[in-house]
Design a protein around this ligand. Structure first.
Ligand SMILES: Cc1cc2nc3c(=O)[nH]c(=O)nc-3n(C[C@H](O)[C@H](O)[C@H](O)COP(=O)(O)OP(=O)(O)OC[C@H]3O[C@@H](n4cnc5c(N)ncnc54)[C@H](O)[C@@H]3O)c2cc1C
Length: 461
């Protein structure tokens, strides 16, 4: 195998792209990593900003010819190190591909370039009376390409499902630079294997997604919501379980523990979450014709379950305030200690009490602060482990706690990652979850797509 020839590759990239779309040296520094702490990032050969699928393909052909690693990159809001630059690799940042190509009201689909922000798609759909439900906490910044590549979730998954449930068709640049379209614009289609599903959640390791067609829904009703605080986690979980078992379907069922509430109130002076509670539940309904009644019934269930405070909101302003505060979970906890390791464990809902009890035990035994919040209705929580990166004992304890939390989730029949992805952060734990046979099968799938392993090598698997 001939060694990579960086200078020649750089010269070829300069021929493939206008100068303004190619960054090298210190000018590339802003694009080295995502929002995770403790994940390594290399110094790339170049960061490129293609403006079309053809330009992406031209870049990939240069990389393939020289066997240079490629890191597809969206808005770098990822929390697992998946978008971090690789030493001497090429970062392909898709954020310049930010055109909403069509919103089709007849077929109820939208087609967007990969760099379109999630919130921009949601607004474009809403402008014509349609609805794109996936709403990761980062939705004002994250891109659709990143959402598809991580199979992002959000607050509304409990009712509507994750990004992958809405993806119909992808335009993808493969590892040899060829351009393919997987899936179809229709609701159904079973020709060949479902490669669209395989690419969803592939974290840039199987292809570079350049265009996405998603299915849309009719707009829901204006949401109504209720928040409630509890003196114990157990009481909050029991009340949430009664709501899930009822014949009404919440569109949001979120959880924050005491440390999260305190961190969010400290981080954002505008936030006025009720202090001094052990747990807070945020519940909404957007069901046409019955959102109001749903929420009134949820309020009764919460009161009967021993909530200390119950606050119903039928106005969008108050609901937005609560949801905005909830979206601060990750940055607020990160700020509280300087650095954080962000867990994304998911367990069957029946195992949530065991998960939360186990987190308390791990926090106590290893003397690490853990604040936990997230998508209770999905069984997907984000324990955030705080540490001071300048204190080696704290770094070590945080990493040990991180491993124990993942092991606990797997023991409870769950997974290391519900929505953030594996990236670099959780790679060491994949074997425990998949086992050697499945891991080998997955590596052979990767080899079929990317025989020379140039697409985000060392991430995910
Ligand atoms: C405050 C905050 C809140 C968050 N809340 C949520 C949440 O509620 N739910 C959730 O799921 N996540 C959440 N996240 C994590 C993150 O926003 C998501 O993982 C998001 O999908 C990443 O999108 P991005 O455009 O930033 O992608 P990046 O971080 O740039 O990349 C993420 C991964 O996707 C790959 N990738 C990116 N674009 C492409 C492409 N076009 N083709 C192929 N591969 C690509 C990258 O290589 C990388 O592996 C949150 C993050 C923050 C900071």
């Amino acid at each position: 195998m001939t060694a990579p020839q960086p200078t020649t590759a750089l010269a070829q990239l300069a021929l493939a792209l206008p100068a303004a779309q190619l960054l090298t040296g210190p000018r590339a520094d802003a694009y080295l990593r995502d929002q995770s702490d403790s994940t390594p990032a290399g110094t790339p050969l170049a960061v490129v900003f293609p403006a079309s699928t053809e330009q992406v393909a031209a870049v990939v052909r240069v990389a393939a010819a020289h066997r240079i690693p490629i890191v597809p990159q969206g808005a770098r809001t990822g929390l697992a190190g998946g978008a971090n630059a690789i030493e001497a690799g090429i970062v392909v940042n898709l954020t310049k591909m930010n055109t909403i190509v069509t919103v089709d009201t007849v077929d109820q689909t939208a087609t967007v370039q990969a760099g379109v922000r999630t919130y921009a798609l949601a607004r474009a759909a809403a402008a014509v009376g349609l609805f794109y439900p996936p709403d990761p906490g980062s939705w004002k910044g994250s891109t659709l390409g990143g959402n598809v590549a991580t199979n992002a979730g959000g607050m509304r998954c409990v009712k509507y499902g994750v990004t992958g449930n809405f993806v119909r068709r992808l335009t993808v640049v493969l590892a040899d630079g060829s351009i393919v379209h997987t899936g179809q614009r229709t609701i159904k289609g079973v020709s060949g294997y479902d490669l669209t599903a395989l690419l969803v959640g592939s974290e840039g390791t199987l292809g570079i997604i350049t265009e996405i067609t998603v299915g849309l829904l009719p707009a829901p009703a204006d949401a109504s919501g209720v928040s409630a605080t509890f003196a114990t986690t157990e009481a909050a979980l029991a009340a949430a379980a009664v709501i899930v078992a009822s014949n009404r379907r919440p569109s949001v069922l979120e959880y924050l523990d005491g440390p999260c509430i305190a961190a969010i109130n400290d981080f954002d002076p505008e936030s006025r979450l009720p202090a001094d509670a052990a747990a807070l539940l945020l519940i909404q309904s957007d069901q046409a014709g019955q959102a109001h009644a749903d929420v009134e019934e949820y309020a009764q269930i919460l009161k009967a379950g021993g909530a200390s405070t119950v606050s119903v909101a039928h106005d969008p302003e108050h609901l937005d305030e609560l949801m905005s505060a909830r979206r601060l979970l990750q940055p607020a906890l990160q700020a509280a200690r300087g650095s954080s390791l962000n867990e994304d464990v998911t367990v069957p809902r029946s195992q949530l009490p065991a998960l939360l009890a186990g987190l308390t035990e791990i926090s106590r035994e290893l003397a690490v602060p853990i604040g936990t919040g997230g998508h209770l209705g999905d069984g997907n929580l984000h324990p955030v482990i705080g540490f001071d990166a300048a204190v080696p004992a704290q770094v070590d304890a945080a990493h040990r706690a991180f491993a124990r939390v993942i092991a606990l989730a797997i023991t409870l029949g769950g997974s290391a990652s519900g929505e953030h992805g594996i990236g670099l952060l959780k790679k060491d734990h994949l074997d425990d979850e998949l086992g050697p046979v499945l891991l080998d099968l997955q590596r052979r799938v990767k080899k079929a797509f990317d025989p020379d392993s140039i697409l985000n090598p060392g991430k995910k698997l």
